[in-house]
Design a protein around this ligand. Structure first.
Ligand code: ATP
Ligand code: MG
Length: 216
């Protein structure tokens, strides 16, 4: 049995065409089904639906052989026990620093002010500001980071941005690019050896499908 860990939403939706290319079709959609284990047209392949941040953990411990996880999630997880053989180039966005409209971010940085930074991405944020020589107080949040500057919890946030619509709706502006983010295929290291003959064709098909997109 091959178990593939996915999260609901954009990652599931954008992984579907890759699975289809490998001849794998889920028997249910996670949005409509409440099942956490979803069968496929192939008796030897099943999907498990977990929180995006939990995907690397399931793969690390071998509860799933394969998974799809955002680079943001992998950076915070640390990547122990998992191979990251392939950038799937899906769920693309950027990790950005954002502030409330009117907050003089560049001025604050130039004056050497200590910044209060609210984020779910504490490791990435710490590294980013250390690299700039900016002193920060980190405030760990688990969601809705956009709210923090609006109510005085933080001077800025470090969050994922794609269209910028959520920032704009909350009177925030992106002021600095931290890094580009996309989702990666991850593989349990032991499974890649023990189930090589089953896993490698799936990995190869995903790779070929991603590569083919560059030429279309
Ligand atoms: P939850 O929404 O359940 O709290 P989450 O926010 O971690 O969890 P998603 O919103 O589904 O989960 O995001 C999953 C992954 O998709 C993220 O880890 C990231 O890599 C990517 N992602 C998140 N936000 C965006 C975005 N605005 N545009 C593109 N990709 C994104
Ligand atoms: Mg979300």
């Amino acid at each position: 049995m091959i178990t593939i860990a996915l999260s609901k939403g954009r990652i599931f939706e954008e992984t579907l065409p890759l699975l289809a290319a490998a001849g794998i079709v889920p028997s249910e959609a996670p949005e409509s089904s409440r099942k956490l284990i979803i069968g496929t047209n192939r008796d030897d392949v099943r999907l498990i639906i977990v929180r995006a941040t939990d995907v690397p953990t399931y793969v690390q411990y071998g509860a799933a052989d394969l998974g799809v996880a955002g680079k943001d999630v992998l950076l915070e997880h640390g990547g122990a026990g998992v191979y990251q053989p392939l950038d799937l180039e899906i769920a693309k966005c950027s990790l950005m620093v954002a502030v409330q409209q009117g907050f003089d971010y560049l001025g604050a940085v130039q004056q050497g002010a200590r910044l209060r930074v609210a984020t779910k991405y504490t490791d990435c944020a710490r590294e980013h500001f250390a690299g700039k020589g900016v002193h920060i107080d980190l405030i760990k949040l688990y969601g809705s980071m956009e709210l923090a500057p609006l109510v005085g919890l933080a001077d800025c946030i470090v969050d994922l941005v794609s269209t910028g619509g959520t920032l704009k709706a909350n009177n925030l502006v992106a002021v600095e690019h931290v890094r580009d983010i996309s989702s990666r295929l991850i593989v349990n290291q032991a499974a890649l050896k023990l189930k090589h003959d089953q896993l490698q064709p799936i990995i190869d098909t995903f790779a070929a499908t991603v590569a083919a997109r560059h030429h279309s």
